[in-house]
Every structure is written in C-alpha cells, then in structure tokens.
Design a protein around this ligand. Structure first.
Ligand SMILES: [Zn+2]
Length: 287
C-alpha cells in the first residue's frame, strides 16, 4: 500500500506541479532507492537482523522453531529474506509476525504459506484481504499480547490497545536481549506517515512510547525503518512528536525552528515530513 501511495504521489507531483521533478529527484527517488537497499547484521548466533528492503526484519532461530519479524517489500527483497530464513530454518516451523498491515512489511507473507503468521487483532480477514490480498492473510490475530519461547529467548508479541501508525500496531520484545522491534511506530530519523484511512493517531505514538518504556527494560531498538540503536531512538522520536505538537500552536519563528530541527529526517513533502506531522496536530488539537 505504501508503495502504491508513493507511486500515485510521484505521478501527481510530476504531472501536477511545476516543482514536481525537483521533489521527485530530491526526495522520492532517493527514498525509493533507500527502501530497496538491504543490510544483513548477524547480531548473535541465533539472531539475524535484515535492515531495509522495506521494513526492517529480524530472524530468531532456535532448535525447534524460527521467528521472523516482517516479510519486506516486493521483489527482490522479500524473496531474499525468505531465502535467508530457509537457509537458517531448514525444515523447522516458522512463525512470522507482521508489525502492521502495510505491504512494505507484509509483501513476502505469501512465500510463508502454510506457516503461522501473526498480526494485530484490531484487523480482521476482510480488512486485511482488501489491503494486502488473501494470499498474505495472517493465521493468528493477537488482541492483547502473546508470549512465545524461542530457544533461550522469551518473546512478547504486543498488540497496541490503541491506534498509532495504524489501527493495529504490533511490537515484539526479546526479553533476554532487551531488544524491541517497534514496527513503524518507532522510526529512526524518518518522518512518520499519518493517514486517516489507517486511523493513524499521533497521540497514540506518544502513548506507545510511554507504554513500552514502562513495560519493558529496553536496551536495543530495531525501528521499522532506519538504523538499529538504543533507547535514544524512542526518546528522539518522542521528542519529535512533542515538538511537532508544540509547533502546531507556536508563533512563526518557534514553528520554523522546531521544523528545522528535523530537516535531516528522511522525508517526502506533504506525505511524510515534519510539517505533515505538525499538520496532523493542527487538524487534531487539544486531545
Ligand atoms: Zn513501513
């Protein structure tokens, strides 16, 4: 879906606006290239992180089962991830977790046919099929949270009880590694996409940061997009949302300085930018 939106958006800006080509080459083209690029990190003996190629993924291997977090965006990255998983998993059962419904995180689901695919329970079969197609349907819907033991790791799969990036965002916490996979509720140096058709709620992001910091002892953060980091990834993103909220009611000079603070964030004008986030707060004040 995100890709569809980007393509429509690209066509619109190129056709509709005089500055379209500039926006395309300054923002959109580099963004699409960045989206495609992948990097594999062998984090430890059991855990592999595959950064980029759509949403960031994790592969956690044990003697009895393999956990995969998010299945990436179209070809070739989803197929590459699948090959990596098969190489690590052999014939062991695979449990896939989708952090949310967007196809940059779910496109490869169809490759994992016959395996367990877990997603947030505020979605259902109808909503999911319309968005992603029946072939990528999850098999398990988590309403609150689910704890799974994978080898020596205890994994909590948490469905947020409120909307943030979408109406059902899932985060995955690895207790022994103190590592949180944040999905697109936690991005590193990238502006969020807040779309009403997914019930996006910027206040939900702020609530989510508080919730996971209270609930989990977090040392490592794997964001939905951007590089892996520590707890500061969450704190930076909280500051971003608070600043955009402040900017939405501030005088012009303060507003500009707050927006300028995040000029190095990966962004696409109007759709995915600091001012788009600020505009969300302008449209949804005093909550
Ligand atoms: Zn994403």
């Amino acid at each position: 879906m995100v890709k569809k939106i980007l393509i429509v958006f690209a066509v619109l800006v190129v056709l509709g606006l005089g500055t379209g080509a500039g926006i395309y080459f300054t923002y959109l083209y580099p963004f699409m290239q960045k989206m495609k690029h992948t990097e594999t990190i062998s984090y430890d003996k059991q855990l592999t992180l595959v950064i980029g190629g759509g949403g960031n993924s994790g592969i956690l291997v044990s003697d009895s089962a393999v956990l995969v977090i998010d299945t990436k965006i179209d070809e070739p990255s989803s197929q590459q991830l699948y090959n990596q998983v098969k190489q690590l998993a052999g014939s062991k059962p695979i449990i896939v977790v989708n952090t949310h419904i967007h196809t940059d995180h779910t496109f490869g689901n169809k490759l994992f046919k016959g395996q367990t695919i877990i997603a947030g329970g505020n979605y259902d079969k109808d909503i999911w099929s319309k968005e992603d197609g029946v072939e990528s349907l999850p098999t398990v819907w988590v309403k609150d949270s689910l704890v799974v033991n994978i080898g020596d790791e205890t994994v909590t799969i948490l469905n947020l009880p409120f909307s943030a990036h979408t109406q059902s965002d899932v985060m995955v916490y690895l207790h022994n590694r103190k590592m949180l996979f944040g999905g697109d509720v936690i991005l590193n140096h990238q502006s969020p996409i807040l779309l009403s058709r997914y019930n996006a709620d910027a206040y939900g992001y702020l609530n989510a940061f508080d919730l996971v910091e209270k609930r989990f002892d977090i040392a490592k953060v794997v964001p939905g997009h951007g590089p892996v980091g520590g707890i500061e990834v969450i704190d930076n993103y909280r500051a971003f949302f608070k600043d955009m909220k402040t900017a939405s009611t501030a005088d012009a000079a303060t507003e500009k300085s707050l927006l300028d603070k995040y000029s190095d964030y990966t962004q696409i004008p109007l759709l995915m930018s600091p001012s788009a986030a600020e505009n969300w707060f302008k449209s949804n004040p005093a909550k």
